[in-house]
Design a binder for this molecule. Structure first.
Ligand SMILES: NC(=O)c1ccc[n+]([C@@H]2O[C@H](COP(=O)([O-])OP(=O)(O)OC[C@H]3O[C@@H](n4cnc5c(N)ncnc54)[C@H](O)[C@@H]3O)[C@@H](O)[C@H]2O)c1
Ligand SMILES: *[C@@H]1O[C@H](CO)[C@@H](O)[C@H](O)[C@H]1NC(C)=O
Ligand SMILES: *[C@@H]1O[C@H](CO)[C@@H](O)[C@H](O)[C@H]1NC(C)=O
Length: 295
């Protein structure tokens, strides 16, 4: 592709996620325009991206066909929103996780782009019907929820607004696949989307088991890292069950369904994560854990 027909994606917000999306899109050969409302911030982001891409190249972990320098050359920075949006067919928003900030930036973006431009949000926790409530044409809007950091973790949850056009879901799915991500579609919006709902279930039961004195903080982590996690790193729960009984999933449920149901009915209420009841767990985790930051 010559530079004149390279398709343009605009990334709004140049923090952790914005920078990572820019790297992902550039690795797929797209021209990426980064905008941040903090003057100079998006220029700084490119300096950081360049450093990261060169380190990845040195470690032979660079994604895409082009060299680090060729990929950096695809990325440009803007302090002006309308310039940043010019020519883009797809907009990936990565601003603060605050509803009003997202609603207002999408209102501004909609005024500045053509009617076929897709508006996509990186939000972790806000549902599309809230994020896009101030956009006129919601059929072009969706959430593309990445997992941090999207350069290394490929899952992207595509979550539609009730009015999102199927073609917009399809185009985004194709785009994400093309740049090497692993998109999944939710058919409807739901609080927590899919990944965070499954994660919440695991967190809740792990917390209860520790809080109820059944197991230590260190050992519940081993249950995952040396047990369940080994499996789920490669195949999902449905396929695991299917492979775990001679006749597949139906057979699995005949054998193990009643046991799973019995265990599920013994799950307690939503645990106390912040009050008195949490102190022991937090104390114990301080002494056994390295500091980790994830979302
Ligand atoms: N960090 C994660 O683990 C993670 C994972 C998945 C999704 N997300 C989501 O991605 C989004 C961005 O998260 P992050 O961790 O990169 O945040 P961040 O704080 O690192 O970056 C946010 C950036 O947006 C800029 N910004 C704020 N308001 C703006 C506006 N009105 N216009 C333009 N730029 C603006 C800020 O200057 C900053 O550079 C959030 O919605 C978050 O929930 C984060
Ligand atoms: C709304 O967005 C869709 C999807 O991008 C587009 O096809 C349609 O023309 C838009 N409608 C209006 C009135 O702008
Ligand atoms: C916190 O941990 C320390 C060291 O393991 C222990 O001595 C102390 O009793 C704990 N405090 C609480 C409130 O659990």
């Amino acid at each position: 592709m010559s530079s004149s027909d390279t398709k343009i994606i605009t990334v709004i917000g140049s923090g952790l996620i914005g920078r990572s999306w820019a790297m992902v899109f550039a690795s797929g050969g797209y021209s990426v325009k980064i905008y941040d409302n903090q003057p100079g911030q998006s220029t700084k982001a490119i300096v950081e991206i360049k450093k990261q891409l060169q380190e990845l190249e040195d470690a032979q972990m660079l994604r895409g066909e082009a060299t680090a320098l060729q990929q950096v050359a695809l990325i440009s920075s803007y302090d002006d929103l309308s310039q940043a949006l010019e020519g883009a067919f797809f907009v990936q928003e990565c601003v603060f996780e605050q509803l009003e900030v997202k609603q207002s930036i999408f209102q501004d973006i909609e005024r500045l782009v053509g009617k076929d431009v897709i508006l996509s949000s990186s939000t972790s926790c806000l549902v599309p019907s809230n994020v896009f409530s101030k956009v006129q044409n919601r059929s072009r809007c969706l959430v593309s929820h990445p997992v941090n950091p999207p350069y290394y973790v490929k899952l992207v949850e595509l979550v539609p607004h009730p009015e999102t056009a199927p073609a917009v879901m399809d185009t985004t799915h194709t785009l994400m696949t093309k740049v090497g991500q692993a998109p999944v579609r939710l058919r409807k919006e739901i609080d927590g989307f899919a990944l965070n709902r499954v994660q919440a279930a695991i967190i809740a039961e792990s917390w209860r088991l520790v809080q109820d004195g059944i197991i230590s903080v260190k050992d519940i982590d081993l249950v995952m890292s040396e047990g369940l996690g080994m499996r789920y790193a490669f195949i999902g729960p449905m396929e695991t069950m299917h492979l775990n009984a001679p006749e597949g999933l139906e057979d699995y449920m005949k054998r193990y369904g009643p046991g799973i149901q019995r265990v599920l009915t013994s799950f307690g209420p939503v645990p106390d994560f912040c009050g008195e009841g949490s102190k022991g767990i937090i104390n114990a985790s301080k002494t056994t854990k390295r500091a980790v930051k994830s979302n």
